[in-house]
Design a protein around this ligand. Structure first.
Ligand code: FES
Length: 409
């Protein structure tokens, strides 16, 4: 799945309910409206753009048990969480998703399974329907078998089409997520036609955001500005034609914007992520930040984690800001952008997100766009997301690819 996929679809439903944005007190009045349960880092796909941490291999041995997940769901609901995303890795690699779905229904969550489709069978989808799962979001990659199989490093093209049909047959709305990058951006019209043919009600075209594996592969994945403008034009044209029968979200890539995104709709404002091993995070990438201790549900109360933990309070509000963000008239719009992106690109989590044209580090973004068009740099092989490469990154064996960024792994 993508980072963007959370940011866009959920915020539309929940932002109106977020209270007290900007509070930097030790005990926040905000509530986690969205709980993302990253139930496993295991995955049968090996996507080059995966946002999961490059050092995920450290966290595959100590996954939470079913009981621990159920407790986390209960505790998050008490804090106010309403929307549950069940994600991974590939969540269907766990055989207790049915139990998690049943509990989510009992607790009153609106639940969304975010899946590659691998592992979804008739038996399981029936159980999900009966258990009360509200929504399934399926990732698709391209209209060609070649690109689908290349970018995921698997043979899953036919399977995805079958799974899409199965989801539709069971009365779920057809929700497709397509991560956009250099390899498929030229096929956007055909991708939208395929979505239409599959009966998609919602299509999210999520331009790659550069974290985790996609940051390592940035020069191999990033399209040109012209390609993005053309993609947006095609999307708008298709949107007009499709009318209300298919909603299309085009998530603009922040590297090509003048201002940064308000990441996660604000640190510790509405999103809470519980990772496979139980770490509680305000965003997917937070563990790259230095000198931060994130609580873990195995030994820490979720209410304390959200309200009082130093980690969740660290970047709430704007007290932490440096110039130029501190005195910026637009700071409420984006809260200085993404803390993880600032750190990953500059080594300092408290500076303005380099995406911002007011940032003294904006040249790093401009250079990244130039590098992606440099045939020598762009010709480097893709580092696919898999256990072997994760182990290599942890061991420092891929330093020639990661040393250009801070904090990888
Ligand atoms: Fe944006 Fe961490 S990913 S704050």
């Amino acid at each position: 799945m993508t980072q963007a996929s959370l940011g866009e679809s959920v915020v539309q439903k929940t932002v109106h309910a977020a209270q007290n944005n900007g509070v930097a007190a030790n005990i926040t009045q905000t509530q986690p409206l969205w709980l993302l349960a990253e139930v496993t880092y295991r995955c049968p796909l090996h996507c080059a753009f995966c946002y999961n941490p490059t050092d995920y291999d450290k966290h595959t041995q100590n996954e939470l048990t079913t009981e621990q997940w159920i407790q986390a769901l209960r505790d998050a609901r008490k804090l106010g969480a309403l929307q549950l995303g069940i994600s991974g890795g590939e969540p269907l690699l766990r055989d207790d998703i049915e139990d998690i779905v049943i509990e989510a229904k009992k607790l009153g969550y609106y639940s969304n399974l975010i899946t590659s489709g691998v592992g979804l069978t008739e038996k399981r989808i029936k159980a999900f329907k009966e258990g009360g799962l509200d929504h399934i979001q399926l990732s698709m990659h391209d209209i060609t078998e070649e690109i689908n199989n290349f970018i995921t490093n698997t043979k899953t093209f036919e399977l995805k089409k079958k799974v899409a049909a199965m989801i539709k047959d069971h009365g779920y709305p057809m929700v497709l997520n397509v991560v956009i990058h250099r390899y498929n951006i030229g096929h956007l019209k055909e991708i939208l036609e395929m979505a239409d043919a599959l009966g998609a009600e919602y299509v999210e075209l999520a331009n790659t955001q550069y974290y985790g594996w996609s940051l390592v592969n940035r020069s191999q994945l990033m399209p040109t500005r012209e390609q993005i403008e053309e993609a947006e034009r095609i999307t708008n044209e298709f949107r007009e034609k499709a009318g209300s029968k298919m909603k299309i979200f085009f998530v603009v890539p922040d590297y090509f914007s003048d201002r940064p995104k308000k990441c996660m709709n604000g640190w510790g404002e509405v999103f809470m992520i519980v990772t496979a091993n139980g770490d509680v995070l305000p965003c997917h990438s937070a563990r790259v930040l230095p000198n931060m201790q994130f609580p873990n549900v195995k030994d820490t109360d979720l209410g304390w984690s959200w309200k009082e933990s130093p980690a969740f309070n660290k970047y709430r509000g704007d007290d932490w800001m440096k110039e130029p963000c501190r005195s910026c008239s637009e700071k409420a719009n984006d809260l200085g952008g993404c803390r993880c992106q600032s750190f990953l690109l500059t080594g300092d989590a408290e500076v303005a997100d380099p995406v911002c044209t007011k940032s003294p580090h904006h040249h790093l973004i401009e250079q990244a766009i130039i590098d992606a068009q440099n045939p020598v740099i762009a010709a480097q092989p893709i580092v696919f997301r898999n256990d072997k490469n994760s182990k290599k990154i942890i061991a420092g064996e891929l330093n020639e690819r990661t040393e250009q960024f801070h904090a990888l792994p």
